[in-house]
Ligand binder design. Structure first.
Ligand code: ADP
Ligand code: MG
Length: 270
């Protein structure tokens, strides 16, 4: 990390989007999924995005998650312009910085839970044994350690979504993008999943979540209503100064190191 990036890591906005446009089709048939969309996201925000079907919510998450490209406009991630970087660097950034959670869980049905969770680590330099240890650690945080060798179909919807959240977190990303994560869950499971997201947020992670359920907005620090590819209303319910501070910023470098070696000695257990 350059010193400039370190400055960014503690201070500037984590996401900065200006005049973003995403259009499909040409000429008379051109339609806009995002239309001159601008948004600045601070570290530690928990943003909920609402709005009618087709207003551009998924398009926005996919662009922020580097899965899709805007037609025009600028997008900075940690102060770095990402529109023009190579596909390889994008994939690397995506794997390291961003965790995804989807409405239909997107677990791989032929892999046991623990291997699903370890999957994002395949692209890192971690050995297979360590990948499974890290996956197991993450699962125990979600109280799913007894289900490690279950297949996804043997779990309830709520459990599958918690596995998917564990998978999104295993690389310790800074940003979690969740597209209607409770859309297929009953209210009890929704509540459990939201409590998990809340605890991830309290550790200083930035979360952007799409939902149709207005009652979930109590978890958010900011609620954005979209309409026809732009922001209709944008309400912060928590002041910027009261947002949680990321753990890696809270602890100094030395303390982080100490914590890491301590947890290694204990065999990775917390
Ligand atoms: P939301 O998630 O809010 O329901 P989307 O971001 O999925 O909305 O879609 C926004 C608009 O962009 C919709 O009108 C949709 O039909 C259009 N759209 C999305 N993806 C494509 C695509 N691949 N080709 C053409 N139009 C698309
Ligand atoms: Mg959508």
């Amino acid at each position: 990390m350059t010193s400039k990036a370190t400055d960014q890591a503690s201070g500037g906005p984590i996401i900065s989007i200006e005049n973003l446009t995403k259009s499909y089709g040409y000429g008379d048939a051109e339609s806009f999924a995002l239309n001159n969309f601008s948004l600045e996201v601070k570290r530690g925000e928990f943003i909920m995005i609402m709005g009618p079907s087709g207003c551009g919510k998924t398009t926005l998450l996919n662009i922020i998650g580097l899965l899709d490209k805007p037609t025009s406009g600028s997008f900075l991630l940690n102060g770095e312009p990402v529109n023009s970087i190579s596909a390889r660097k994008k994939a690397h950034l995506r794997a390291k910085k961003i965790g995804f959670v989807f409405q239909n869980f997107n677990l791989i049905p032929t892999l046991p839970v623990i291997e699903n969770v370890a999957l994002p680590l395949v692209y890192s330099s971690v050995t297979q044994t360590n990948r499974l240890i890290q996956a197991s650690d993450t699962l125990s945080r979600f109280h799913l350690q007894e289900r490690e060798y279950y297949m996804p179909h043997q779990l309830s919807g709520g459990q599958q979504q918690r596995v998917a959240i564990a998978r999104s977190l295993v690389m310790k990303p800074e940003i979690i993008l969740a597209d209607e994560p409770t859309g297929n869950l009953d209210s009890r499971s929704s509540h459990i999943v939201m409590e998990e997201l809340k605890s991830i947020h309290s550790e200083g992670n930035t979360i952007i979540m799409v939902t149709h359920n207005p009652s979930l907005t109590t978890y958010a620090t900011r609620v954005i209503n979209m309409l026809d590819g732009h922001i209709d209303t944008d309400i912060k319910t928590v002041a910027d100064r009261d947002l949680p501070i990321p753990i890696h910023v809270r602890l100094g470098k030395k303390e982080q190191k100490k914590k890491r070696s301590k947890s290694k000695k204990k065999g990775g257990k917390k």
